[in-house]
Design a protein around this ligand. Structure first.
Ligand code: FMN
Length: 374
C-alpha cells in the first residue's frame, strides 16, 4: 500500500488481513448498555456508531456482544448476537457504518464469572474473582460471586456459541469479529492460572489455558469466509485486578502469541485499560509486547491505552511496533479524532462527567446536550 510521507503516521492507510483501512485509528470496543432488554441493537446505536465513521475512524470494533443466551451476558442492556432479532438489529448498525466508508467488526465476549446479570455465573473453576462488580453497569452490586465450575460439555457448548455468533456476524455484514480474551472475562479467566484450576485439556500449562480461545479462532476460520477477519484481544490487566501481569513474563507472552497465531488469528490486540499503554503493554521487566508480538508472529498488532495525543500515537506506531491504535474514552469525547489530527487540532479532554447520567448512549447524549447549552 502507498505510504504518504507528508501525513501523520496514524493517518496512513493500513491493511488488516485483507481489509483495507483508511487509517490506523480504530474505535476500541466499549460497552454502552444501550440495547433493548433482549439484547437487540437499536437505531440509536446505529447513529452512535455512525458518528465514528463520519469522524474518520478507519475501523470500528463494536462493543462486546454476548454469543449465547445461557451464561455469557455481562450486563443488562448489553447487545447479543445469538438470535435473529439481534442479528437484524446489528445489520442496521453495520449499514450505517459502511455507508460512511468505515469498516466494522464485532467483539464477542463471554462474561463467565464476572457476569453481573446471570443468576448463577459460570467459570473455569469455583474461584471468586477479585474486587467488586462495576457500579456503572448496575444490576448486581458488591463483591463478585463464586462461579460454578464449567463441565467440559458446557465448554464445548460455549465454543459452539462463539462460532455461531461469528457466522451470524458475517451474515449481518460485519467485516470480522474480535474474540475477547482480556480484562478478566471468561476466556481470560481460562488463561489466568489463579482462576483456572481446571484439569487438562483446558487447564494446567499456558498452552492448555489458551486452548479454548485458539479452538474458537480456528473453528471460526473454518466456517467463515477467507476474507472474514477473526482477531483476538488480550491483556495483562483485568477489570477485577488492574495491576495484574502475566506471571511468566515474556515466556508466557511467546506461548500465547504463537498459539493464537497458529490458530489463525488475523490480528493481536493488546488492551491496556486503567494504567495505559506505557505501563501495561510491556512485561514487568519492560519488554514492549506490541513489538514482540509483531516480530514473533508477523501479525498486525493493535495497541491501546491512552493513545489519543498525536505525538504519542506517532511514537507507538514508529517505535512501539504497533500497526494500529485502538482509542477508547477519547473517541467517545472525540468521535472525529482522525479528522482533528488531520487538521492538527488537539482532542477535547475526556472526563468521567460524561457518565453523570449513566454509561448508556442516551445518557451521553443528555450530558452532551447540557454541555452545549452552557
Ligand atoms: C465505558 C467503557 C466500556 C468498555 N467496554 C469494553 C468492552 O466491551 N470490551 C473491551 O474489550 N473493552 C472495553 N472497554 C475498555 C476499552 O476498550 C479500552 O481498552 C480502555 O478504555 C482503555 O483505552 P483508552 O485509554 O483509549 O480509553 C471499555 C471501556 C470503557 C471506558
Amino acid at each position: 500500500m502507498t505510504q504518504h510521507t507528508d501525513i501523520h503516521p496514524a493517518l496512513q492507510p493500513g491493511t488488516l488481513q485483507n481489509l483495507e483501512l483508511a487509517n490506523r485509528y480504530i474505535l476500541a470496543p466499549m460497552s454502552r448498555a444501550s440495547a433493548t432488554a433482549d439484547g437487540i441493537p437499536t437505531a440509536e446505536m446505529a447513529r452512535y456508531y455512525a458518528r465514528f465513521a463520519q469522524g474518520g475512524f478507519g475501523l470500528l470494533i463494536a462493543e462486546g456482544a454476548y454469543p449465547d443466551t445461557d451464561s455469557a451476558q455481562a450486563y443488562a442492556n448489553q447487545p447479543g448476537l445469538c438470535t435473529d432479532a439481534q442479528q437484524e438489529g446489528w445489520m442496521h448498525v453495520v449499514k450505517a457504518v459502511h455507508e460512511r466508508g468505515s469498516k466494522i467488526i464485532l467483539q464477542l465476549i463471554h462474561a463467565g464469572a464476572v457476569s453481573q446479570i446471570v443468576e448463577i455465573p459460570r467459570g473455569p473453576s469455583a474461584v471468586r474473582p477479585e474486587g467488586e462488580m462495576l457500579q456503572m453497569y448496575g444490576t448486581k452490586q458488591g463483591p463478585y460471586e463464586t462461579p460454578v465450575e464449567l463441565s467440559d460439555d458446557t465448554i464445548t457448548e460455549i465454543k459452539a456459541g462463539f462460532v455461531q455468533a461469528a457466522k451470524r456476524a458475517e451474515e449481518a455484514g460485519f467485516d470480522g469479529v474480535e474474540i475477547h480474551c482480556a480484562n478478566g472475562y471468561l476466556l481470560d479467566q481460562f488463561l489466568t492460572p489463579e482462576t483456572n484450576l481446571h484439569a487438562a485439556p483446558y487447564g494446567g500449562s499456558v498452552d492448555n489455558r489458551i486452548r479454548l480461545t485458539c479452538e474458537i479462532l480456528s473453528e471460526i476460520r473454518s466456517v467463515c469466509g477467507e476474507d472474514f477477519v477473526a482477531g483476538v484481544r488480550l491483556s495483562q490487566a483485568k477489570a477485577t485486578d488492574p495491576d495484574y501481569f502475566w506471571a511468566g513474563g515474556l515466556e508466557d507472552a511467546a506461548l500465547i502469541f504463537s498459539a493464537v497465531a497458529k490458530a489463525g488469528a488475523s490480528f493481536i490486540h493488546l488492551a491496556s485499560e486503567r494504567h495505559g499503554y506505557a505501563y501495561h503493554s510491556s512485561t514487568r521487566e519492560g519488554v514492549r509486547l506490541t513489538r514482540f508480538a509483531r516480530e514473533l508472529t508477523g501479525l498486525p498488532v493493535i495497541a491501546n491505552g491512552g493513545l489519543e495525543a498525536s505525538d504519542l500515537a506517532s511514537d507507538v506506531l514508529s517505535k512501539g511496533g504497533a500497526d494500529f491504535l485502538a482509542i477508547g474514552k477519547s473517541a467517545m469525547m472525540n468521535p472525529d479524532l482522525p479528522t482533528l489530527v488531520a487538521k492538527q487540532q488537539p482532542p477535547r479532554q475526556f472526563t468521567f462527567e460524561m457518565f453523570s447520567y449513566g454509561v448508556s448512549v442516551a445518557s451521553q447524549l443528555k450530558w452532551e446536550a447540557e454541555q452545549s447549552a452552557k
